[in-house]
Design a protein around this ligand. Structure first.
Ligand SMILES: [Zn+2]
Ligand SMILES: [Zn+2]
Length: 144
């Protein structure tokens, strides 16, 4: 079984969250996995010590992609976009970085993007916005 290692091309601007699906580690019966922050390159569950897939894994980081005429990411028809948390980044996801991008705020889990979306009052295609209340709740569940 492969040991889980944080992909080398994963953005270092956002925290990495990993998960463990060992039933012993679940904190509530309605949860499917126990999530924990990762600070080192090797992923190990702080509760049971699991280090191998599929018991543990790195959560995909989903960024918010939004239109910006100065953005570095070129989409259909030459429209330009940027990731909310990183205007200078010129690519979305690679095959290995476990990152993704979406234009639907509901699917975003990148803390940097959610914060930027709330601060700049960005709307997605469905007209959804991240408001301060949602942001506060996020900060409470992910301190730091
Ligand atoms: Zn565990
Ligand atoms: Zn982001």
């Amino acid at each position: 079984m492969p040991k889980i290692i944080i992909p080398g091309d994963r953005t270092q601007k956002q925290p990495v969250t990993a998960f463990c699906i060992n039933p012993e580690c679940l904190e509530a019966s309605d949860r499917k996995r126990f999530e924990f922050p990762v600070e080192h390159a090797d992923v190990a569950c702080p509760k049971c010590g699991a280090t191998e897939a599929p018991m543990v894994g790195v959560l995909a980081l989903t960024h918010f992609l939004h239109r910006n005429p100065q953005g570095k990411i070129v989409g259909m028809g030459g429209l330009r976009y940027q990731l909310a948390c990183d205007q200078s980044r010129a690519y979305l996801a690679t095959l290995t970085n476990e990152e993704a991008a979406t234009d639907q705020l509901r699917a975003v889990n990148c803390p940097g993007c959610l914060k930027a979306a709330a601060e700049k009052k960005l709307k997605d295609k469905q007209g959804m916005m991240i408001d301060e209340a949602v942001l506060k709740r996020l900060e409470q569940t992910n301190p730091g």
